[in-house]
Design a protein around this ligand. Structure first.
Ligand code: ZN
Length: 192
């Protein structure tokens, strides 16, 4: 699966919309991205997991670890394609912790899988979790890198990169052009 096929899948699932949106942050954007919608179709999740597995396999990981909740489904599908187990880490205050009996062995080679990388903040906290356990992160992988250049101290692979500029309401060019606000989901339903 190449970048364009992934983005086409997002569009098909109405997980990537073009218009004028108010993001959860309150900022305005011409694009709306929602990986949970894309991953709600298991066939797409499986194909994306296979693509990510192909990118990560050369780093010879022996476990996939994902930050919950965004990385959960794609982490699991990537692990399935690699023939590995999939753990997830959960945010507690300012760190990610392994709970539910998940434990990393010292020296274990861990691939971190996330759906979207925006700032890379969650992934960096998961890297700290891995280091605290004495394990080694060998690669970071995600579906879409929208970070505009995030770097990690290990190889970083993404299927697609996407620019999603966001604006404060007062400086939004779409508002200035008088474009009405779109509600994600409503257009897709009415278009059917
Ligand atoms: Zn606006």
């Amino acid at each position: 699966m190449k970048s364009e096929e992934l983005l086409q899948g997002y569009r098909e699932m109405e997980a990537l919309l073009e218009g004028h949106f108010v993001l959860r942050s309150g900022k305005h954007s011409a694009r709306y991205l929602q990986s949970a919608l894309f991953l709600s179709e298991p066939a797409w999740a499986a194909r994306a997991g296979e693509a990510l597995a192909a990118l990560l396999e050369p780093e010879r990981p022996d476990l996939v670890l994902s930050p919950a909740t965004g990385g959960l489904i794609i982490g699991h599908e990537t692990a399935r394609a690699l023939g590995l187990r999939s753990y997830f880490a959960e945010r507690t205050n300012d760190r990610f912790e392994l709970r539910r009996g998940f434990a990393l062995r010292r020296g274990m080679r861990v691939a971190v899988v996330e759906d979207i990388i925006t700032t890379g903040g969650s992934v960096r906290l998961v890297l700290e979790t891995i280091a605290r356990a004495g394990a080694e992160c060998v690669a970071v992988g995600c579906l879409i890198d929208r970070s505009e250049g995030a770097r990690f101290p290990v190889p970083f692979h993404s299927i697609a990169t996407l620019s999603l500029p966001a604006y404060d309401e007062g400086s939004c060019p779409l508002c200035a052009a008088g474009k009405p606000i779109d509600a994600p989901g409503s257009r897709g339903l009415s278009a059917r």
